[in-house]
Design a protein around this ligand. Structure first.
Ligand SMILES: Nc1ncnc2c1ncn2[C@@H]1O[C@H](COP(=O)(O)OP(=O)(O)OP(=O)(O)O)[C@@H](O)[C@H]1O
Ligand SMILES: [Mg+2]
Length: 162
């Protein structure tokens, strides 16, 4: 049985926040988390909760119209990116984020475009399962993340009530 991909049910935004907090406990500088899921799937909701769990005192806003935002002041700086308005991966390279990627935890919404560029990452896929319900799949990509999804799942609070 592989522990490199787990799927959890999040029956409310606060349950999604708890999953994000469980993920955040495993994050350190240089880590990359790519978020997948359609419009309003909950990607920004997830990043907001993860940044809060990392101690960021800054207000997280959707970077869809900003491309990149950095939240400092927490346990680790958080780099929040959204590739929705990028046309191709060359535009991502042109942002020249190497230094910031090395010293921060990066969360990338619409992360598919940069998955080849950032192969070592934790993937979070949010799927709509109802008005307030989402299925969240957490998948390891690369040696850094081996076994981590299973650990996260085992650390989630029991029960699904929010
Ligand atoms: N279980 C849930 N988890 C996360 N969000 C939920 C859930 N149930 C309802 N929602 C709602 O769905 C919306 C998700 O919006 P959010 O901005 O997080 O999505 P997004 O994936 O970032 O969208 P976009 O593609 O526009 O960036 C919020 O209004 C949130 O309250
Ligand atoms: Mg968003």
């Amino acid at each position: 049985m592989t522990t490199d991909s787990v799927r959890v049910a999040a029956e409310s935004p606060s349950r999604t926040a708890r999953v994000a907090a469980a993920v955040a406990r495993h994050l350190r500088a240089g880590d990359v988390v790519l978020l997948h899921g359609e419009l309003a799937a909950g990607k920004t909701t997830f990043v907001t909760a993860a940044a809060a769990a990392l101690g960021s005192p800054d207000q997280v806003t959707s970077p869809t119209f900003m491309l990149a935002q950095c939240y400092a002041g927490g346990r680790i700086p958080v780099l929040h990116l959204d590739t929705y308005r990028l046309t191709d991966v060359a535009e991502f390279r042109d942002l020249g984020l190497e230094e910031q990627l090395a010293e921060s935890v990066a969360f990338v919404e619409w992360g598919g475009m940069v998955s080849g560029e950032l192969p070592e990452h934790l993937a979070i896929t949010l799927e709509l399962a109802g008005t307030d319900s989402r299925n969240i799949t957490i998948t390891a990509h690369g040696a850094r993340w081996a076994g981590v999804p299973g650990l996260i799942e085992s650390e989630l609070p029991a029960g699904t009530a929010a």
